[in-house]
Design a protein. Structure first.
Lengths: 226, 226
């Protein structure tokens, strides 16, 4: 297995959480949400090069929180951009050119060791790995005339960590210049390469809205009681 | 407000839960999942005509569970069919022709009083109301060539209870003969009428997989501690 990196993206302003601090800094089970995400990669492999992407104005708050929670897992910081795509590009410039990189949403603190293992080992074979889960609810599409049903069978909900060959994803980001993409798989496709989907896990939720923090907190206490 | 009915559909065999009993009978916070769904409508309005749709072979188990949990909320039973659509059609034949009917998944035990109020009052004005929530994750579509990104902004996740004018939904189900539909909104559209979407709630999850029961259990204990 080649050298590995993890880029944890925490650039969001957290406006949707109705919280005064950005959502990645909110407490979940005794530490900031973002700390869970960082720790998951360290627990998987302490040799992994972990890089957290934050808006530069949040660096002091993050460092203060790390002291406050005695959070001492080694990691580097990269400056966030004005979009997610720009944030990831900055972080990619700060890592080496060989091996695999996992790009992970800082607000997905419940990622499992098994899932991290699956995406790294799959990407080692194929050049990329992106976790996906089936859609179990009915879906509708809003149209100019109203709304209409959409067949859910062929749809998948996409998660992170998404793992890529470092050299290839850097080339893809060079092509993405100036645009914003909702995830890294979509950027990777600019190279004309196929995305390799692997089975994600339902618990690996993205904390976007206040209800998500309630669900995450509950899932965490069930998995790690007391 | 006209007379109201609630049809709680619990026809599933529960194969995806790896459980020996169908999922609607699994325990959640001290009673069967299905009992929470029934109680939500009774708590909203004790005068509502509640009808539970079950496969006929599950009638004895359900009655035994009601005795076991001392569950005495008044309700009638209707015989489930071989598909969800057939199950709902059976239940619609068993209720009156006037007023509004809420059709609800038995495995959505966390429906709130506010949401039930919203769908009934909206349908009173418009003839139908269907709860929907935004998609916050990235979505991909599986195609014959692999998979491709889908714009999530126009997609909505559809929930229940879906409320309809009784007379109209009966006419729609008469048109649906022989086919299976994933939800009642899609059947209602056979009349050529528009679906009226209202804001659903994220907690109103459908318990389909074992992880969902963990999440529901946690959400329930957070909302009703002790």
């Amino acid at each position: 297995m080649p050298a590995t990196f993890a880029i944890i993206v925490a650039g969001g302003s957290g406006n949707r959480m109705n919280a005064s601090v950005p959502k990645q800094f909110l407490e979940l089970g005794g530490k900031a949400i973002l700390m869970h995400s960082v720790k998951a990669f360290y627990d998987y492999d302490p040799a992994i090069g972990i890089r957290v992407v934050l808006p530069e104005e949040h660096f002091p708050l993050w460092k203060k929180l790390c002291r406050q929670y005695s959070f001492d897992i080694p990691h580097e910081l990269s400056k966030g951009g004005t979009t997610r795509t720009e944030s990831v590009r900055h972080a990619l410039q700060d890592i080496g050119d060989e091996g695999l990189v996992a790009i992970h949403d800082g607000v997905r603190p419940l990622v499992s060791q098994n899932l991290i293992h699956t995406v790294f080992t799959t990407a080692f074979r194929t050049g990329n790995a992106v976790p996906a889960i089936p859609v179990t609810d009915s879906i509708r599409e809003i149209t100019t005339e109203g709304n209409m049903p959409v067949c859910r069978d062929s749809l998948r909900i996409i998660q992170t960590p998404q793992v890529f060959d470092v050299n290839l994803i850097k080339k893809a980001y060079a092509l993405a210049s100036g645009n914003d993409y909702s995830d890294d798989a979509t950027v990777f496709e600019l190279l004309g390469m196929k995305i390799c989907l692997v089975d994600g896990i339902r618990e690996n939720i993205k904390i976007t809205l206040p209800e998500d923090l309630v669900i995450a907190s509950a899932l965490l206490s069930l998995h790690h009681p007391g």
